[in-house]
Design a protein around this ligand. Structure first.
Ligand code: COO
Length: 266
């Protein structure tokens, strides 16, 4: 399917395709890219389209403006929300579920404030590359609530129980240096190099067989969810699958013929 299947006109995000890497920008800079219901719905739609688009091989998410990746869910929208309305949002599938379901590599380019649901969004991604100016925090406790976008489950898996409890219970904001030290982000780079480095990593990934990349991502991500024995069986199934692929044939042939492979994503 050619990108986009249908014109994607959005009000709160920007989507652009850069040589098979799609850049999704949360675009409410005057509100520090706070994630309104509309913004979340638009990101969900964009991710669903991009995951189907054969020209898109990786996705990068970032925030508009100089200050924020995103300052989290839009607090103004919490004011009147009822428990049933919240439950219905879970029933329809959240932004974090949509990120989790993306089959292609998805990288968070953390260009500033990354708080609450914003951190939950970044943690639902596969990789987190942060500017040295970024500050991060699981800050929901500051407004009398708790993480509701997967933070209580993903944070401990990334930083360990102690760090997760410290960040969740204090609502503290930490700098990028501490974030990379505890494993919350994968790399910290000077702010001016953030986009270059993020796209450098994404470009390396998209040079490989798209099918092998998707299967490798599925196998590695399963390790966070499955007991070891089940995870090993799952990996074996995906390995058997990739051994039947045209890309495996091409990859082996290209190696033997000492040339660059031409992937077909089959
Ligand atoms: C933020 C901050 C610490 C940034 O502080 P600053 O002083 O640099 O900027 P402002 O506080 O003045 O914010 C600018 C602007 O963005 C302002 O709007 P105006 O008053 O109309 O000028 C803020 O109201 C708005 N803003 C900032 N964050 C939000 C927001 N609007 C709606 N929602 C949010 N989140 O001040 C700060 O502390 N923000 C809250 C960070 C936070 O705790 N986020 C978690 C929210 S709960 C959640 O995500 C739950 C998920 C399940 C970043």
């Amino acid at each position: 399917m050619a990108f986009p299947a249908e014109p994607m006109n959005f009000e709160t995000i920007l989507v652009e395709n850069r040589d098979s890497i799609a850049l999704v920008t949360l675009n409410r800079p005057d509100k520090l890219n706070a994630m309104s219901m509309m913004l979340k719905a638009e990101v969900i739609r964009a991710l669903q389209e991009l995951d189907k688009d054969e020209n898109t091989r990786a996705i990068v998410i970032t925030g508009a403006g100089p200050k924020a990746f995103t300052a989290g869910a839009d607090i103004y929208e919490f004011h009147d929300r009822t428990p049933i309305e919240q439950w219905r949002m879970y029933e329809h599938g959240t932004l974090y579920d949509a990120v989790d379901r993306v089959s292609k590599p998805i990288l968070a380019m953390i260009n500033g404030y990354c708080f609450g649901g914003g951190l939950e969004l970044a943690m639902a991604c596969d990789l987190r590359i942060a500017s040295d100016r970024a500050t991060l925090g699981q800050t929901e406790i500051n407004i009398g609530i708790i993480p509701g976008g997967g933070g209580s489950q993903r944070l401990p898996r990334l930083v360990g129980l102690g760090n997760a409890l410290r960040l969740t219970l204090t609502g503290d904001r930490i700098d990028a240096a501490e974030a990379v030290r505890i494993g919350l982000v994968d790399e910290v780079v000077p702010h001016a190099r953030l986009e270059q480095r993020t796209f450098e990593i994404a470009t390396k990934i998209v040079r490989h067989s798209p099918l092998a990349v998707r299967l490798a991502k599925a196998a590695v991500r399963a390790s966070a969810r499955l007991p070891l024995d089940q995870g090993l069986r799952y990996e074996q199934g995906l390995f058997a699958l990739v051994m039947a692929s045209a890309d495996k044939e091409e990859g082996v042939k290209a190696f033997l013929e000492k040339r660059e492979p031409k992937w077909s994503d089959r």
